[in-house]
Design a binder for this molecule. Structure first.
Ligand SMILES: [Zn+2]
Ligand SMILES: [Zn+2]
Length: 159
């Protein structure tokens, strides 16, 4: 069952340490400064490879998505799906983009970094649902055992 399209939803911006920023403050502050510097130095803002011109701070489309993805969850999702060649990390089958979701390998509720590429993987909707359910059941068991697990706030970040 494909998930509802979230294309029209506004981009979620995540700051250093996974903090959600109300607006894309980091993008217009830190991000703008880095792009300007990259154009001036003629070095790709993402991979530092030399640029042919100073018109764009990116050497390739991949670097553009990757850089945007440091600031915007939507762009991070696009980049990770491309990086993983539209293949589910669990069942290893290829899917169309809309049948895939980007998952936090270590859940945010467990302290996983929200916008770090090393912590992001592509899963098909079915495998993603199975993983999320397994995660929820471990949360419940832990809570029953009396440990103080944070609530599964990762759902809010994932949309
Ligand atoms: Zn590059
Ligand atoms: Zn799968």
């Amino acid at each position: 069952m494909p998930v509802k399209s979230r294309q029209s939803a506004p981009s979620v911006t995540v700051g250093p340490g996974g903090r959600l920023l109300g607006l894309s403050a980091a993008w217009f502050g830190d991000g703008a400064r880095r792009r300007t510097e990259a154009r001036r130095a003629r070095r790709c803002v993402e991979c530092s490879r030399p640029l042919a011109s100073s018109r764009s701070p990116y050497c390739s489309r991949d670097c553009r998505w990757k850089f945007h993805g440091h600031y915007f969850w939507d762009a991070a999702r696009i980049y990770v799906k491309r990086r993983d060649r539209y293949t589910c990390a669990r069942c290893h089958r290829r899917f169309r983009s809309k049948e895939l979701e980007v998952d936090h390998i270590v859940e945010i509720a467990r302290g996983g970094a929200s916008l770090e590429y090393a912590n992001l993987q592509t899963l098909c909707t079915q495998c993603h649902r199975a993983k999320t359910q397994a995660f929820r059941s471990t949360l419940t068991r832990a809570e029953t055992a009396g440990s103080r697990e944070p609530p599964p706030a990762f759902e809010a970040v994932r949309t």
